[in-house]
Design a protein around this ligand. Sequence first.
Ligand code: ADP
Ligand code: MG
Length: 677
Amino acid sequence: MFDQSLLNLSGVGEKLQETFSEMGIETINDLLFYFPNRYDVYEVKPLSELIHDDKVTIEGEVVHKPSLTFYGRKKSRLTFQVKVENIVIKAVVFNRAFAKNQINAGDTITLTGKWDHHRLQITVSNYILGQMNQSSEIQPIYGLKGELSNAKLRKIMRIALNQYGSMVDEILPTEYLNAYKLPSRSDALVHMHFPETHQQLKHARRRFTYEEFLLFQLKIQLLRKHKREAAAGNEQKFQAEKVEEFIDVLPFTLTNAQEKSLKEILQDIKSPYRMNRLLQGDVGSGKTAVAAISMYASITAGKQAALMVPTEVLAEQHVGSLQKTFEGYATVSLLTGSVKGKKRKEILQKVAIGEIDILVGTHALIQDEVQFSNLGLVIVDEQHRFGVEQRRALKDKGLNPDVLFMTATPIPRTLAITAFGDMDVSVIDEMPAGRKFVKTYWAKQNTFDRVIQFVLKELKKGNQTYFICPLIEESDKLDIQNAIDLHQQLRSFFEPDFKVGLMHGRLSTVEKEQVMKNFAENEIQVLVSTTVVEVGVNVPNATVMVIYDAERFGLSQLHQLRGRVGRGNAQSYCILLADPKSEIGKERMRIMTETTDGFALSEQDLKLRGPGDFFGRKQSGMPEFKVADMIHDYRALETARNDAQVMIAENRLAEEAYRGLKIKLEEEDVFSGQVLD
Ligand code: ADP
Ligand code: MG
């Protein structure tokens, strides 16, 4: 019945139906659940409480008939005086000439509009002849297309609700409705569209927020369960004592956060499920250490491990340090495009017969001619470079290893449980003791000369410096031009004493790797770069990072960039060159200078920029909620997640009281058992 066409409603003809269709509304059901974008609240206030420039509502008596003036083409201005609390104020209405004849001296009128306190004047956006029905009125504002007006939509909505509203079935179990004191689905629906009080609206939203979150959580949790059950068994019986021993010989004690993450990972390794886990932690929080222990666990179970990193330079860096760590415990080899000929053949052979325990490389590792004898664990550094395709490649080889993704981009807790719904998440939210933090300063662009002097001092100490170039969102080309210009400018400052290198997105992979290599080997002392430098390079000798136009970057991205320095023993510095104009912009710069915690920054970022921007536009794959807001309704999200867990664990969905939920989930194909990768 709810899937009937809108033509069944009186007042909707074919033309209007078309407009609705453009808005994505095809059926009665679509219409009923087309919620307002926002609500305008009209509440008459005394003059003394009005704030300059605010949108206000006042009530008064028209003093004399409006006077009308025309200007420009088809433009008009209507002005009249209104007596409010014995004070005469001026009302201005633009482009509604027809109102002249509706408004007469002596009328009571309610005006809504922008208040000018100094001129005692209101620029009217809405007026009602007479008084408002209630002391305050909440008016829903819908997103609209074409000729459809808000008033018209409300009229049609009223008709639809009268005709169908009471037939809307409850889908939440009574037990939960009672526990959270939520209104019924049909009541809440009416109150979303025609709230009479703030209270009604609040509870209606609360209800749909919970409903949306619960359905979403049930969906992702069920999918995850299916995935696990469908994945081929991968039980790795590692030797706990050996792992303990390995941890004991590490030159440090694990932080509590490392211990906790490690425990979660080892549990996955031991279980017959295939691990699909994300390990998050700031740069230097000790993720790689945890990864190394996990790889060793896998090796004690007689398996091999692979560590995949984004670039060859990084692969080389990792191999060096891992070979030291694993001396006497496991064999570690490098396999990248640069490993060629006889050497390559030899490594491939050793991997195939299981003589190499740990293979490190770029993602060519799991493709092409590489055949593992018994791959148990794959670790992927900077997870965004590894996708479904790579997983398929593994599967095609008949391999179902546990997979651990590592990222230094902290995802706010809020987003983590939604964005990575089908992934388990471990978090290292604590730094090893005694870590030196990068000192961060905010400088105005016109202090550039002093910045240069500062850099020069560091260079003379034998340290290296990054300059990150202005970011111009719309244009790759300009980005690169900026980098080229800055490169020229800096060369004239620093050369011949210090060499200045250049890196940007137009360089080929080989060229980029070469520049990075030169910088890593200190053949270049100053590196000018666009943000391509962001991904995981490690040059411990670099102590200064100067970021141009820092206000254009997100806080998380700035933090990510900042993480390129402070990797050695020397004190490091990050200088943000920025002249932000807005208060928010200035606030962001201050936050950067004061906060070194990536998670705190990412939460701030989320608040300031919203979830869409967080992962970059569009690519986020974030769920879209109609009513719920992941940031403000975080508590509800957690509640829904826990409830969903219980419902699934106790197999409640089979019960009668859960039928409504089950039907909803079936509509979304959750039970089809379709497993992604
Ligand atoms: P990440 O991969 O998160 O950037 P790493 O695992 O590479 O961090 O660790 C950064 C540095 O800190 C390494 O030199 C590592 O040996 C050291 N480290 C790791 N864990 C600890 C710890 N618990 N205490 C002290 N130092 C640690
Ligand atoms: Mg690392």
